[in-house]
Design a protein around this ligand. Structure first.
Ligand code: ZN
Length: 260
């Protein structure tokens, strides 16, 4: 794969990343460094890490998550929470609980974190894959939650595949001969990258909403041409304790237990 366009990818990491073989794709980490550490600990042979935004928001450790992503040279895109954290008007669309957490996050992040978030583009493209937080036609806000929405987005993309997040649910839409098929992947599910075009959602590392509290991510094997989902248990109670100490809203603490 070689970079084709979109200046969003910094050239050094783009060149390095695209020649690599196994790419771990993480989304919606949401300031949960405990979940992120559990995920990173499972990588036995990962050559690069991409993220799909919402690095911060909701959770208790925004600077810790960003420090870790910097340390492993992860490249990615900006989500609605990341935009809000650096002062964006996105916060006006947040529900009261998300807004409370975001006001805390704005106060908590340091200058280095703010600068790192501000540098994230809303879209990145390789020759093969588009990376967005929401959807290709609305990278910041659209939730891809139906075959119809997926079909509309397949119609406008210029790459073969799309990686997206935002819904906090692992999901795939595979398009072949004009038909879009939805797939709900479990731990270990694999999709071939050669059976058609695909929109692939790794689920959420830091705040899953599919009924399982386990952190979710996927690995793209650009050599074997597969995408495989993974779930990882982590110490939920430790994060919840940190959230209570930070004074974050109770409902955000509680939802981590059930993955909702
Ligand atoms: Zn999110």
């Amino acid at each position: 794969m070689t970079p084709r366009r979109d200046a969003g990818i910094r050239s050094r990491s783009a060149t390095a990343t695209l020649s690599r073989v196994r790419v771990a794709v993480l989304s919606d980490i949401h300031s949960n460094s405990v979940a992120l550490d559990a995920v990173l600990a499972t990588f036995d042979r990962v050559d690069a890490v991409w993220h799909l935004g919402d690095v911060v928001g909701y959770g208790p450790d925004p600077n810790g998550v960003i420090d870790r992503l910097r340390a492993i040279d992860a490249s990615g895109v900006q989500g609605n929470h990341d935009a809000a954290a650096i002062g964006g008007k996105e916060i006006d669309w947040f529900n009261p609980v998300a807004r409370t957490a975001m006001i805390w996050t704005r106060d908590e992040i340091d200058d280095a974190s703010r600068a790192w978030l501000a540098e994230l583009p809303v879209r990145r493209e390789t020759s093969d894959v588009t990376l967005v937080h929401g959807s290709p036609r609305d990278p910041t806000w659209e939730y891809v939650t139906s075959v119809e929405i997926a079909r509309d987005n397949f119609a406008i993309i210029e790459t073969t595949h799309v990686l997206y997040g935002h819904t906090h649910r692992p999901m795939a839409y595979v398009e072949r001969d004009g038909t879009v098929r939805p797939l709900t992947p479990d731990d270990g599910s694999t999709v071939s990258l050669d059976t058609g075009r695909a929109m692939l959602n790794p689920g959420s590392v830091g705040q899953p909403r599919d009924g399982s509290p386990d952190a979710s991510y996927l690995v793209l094997d650009t050599d074997g041409r597969t995408c495989t989902w993974h779930r990882v248990q982590y110490d939920v109670e430790r994060v919840q304790a940190a959230m209570r100490t930070a004074g974050l809203p109770r409902s955000l603490v509680d939802r981590l237990t059930v993955g909702a």
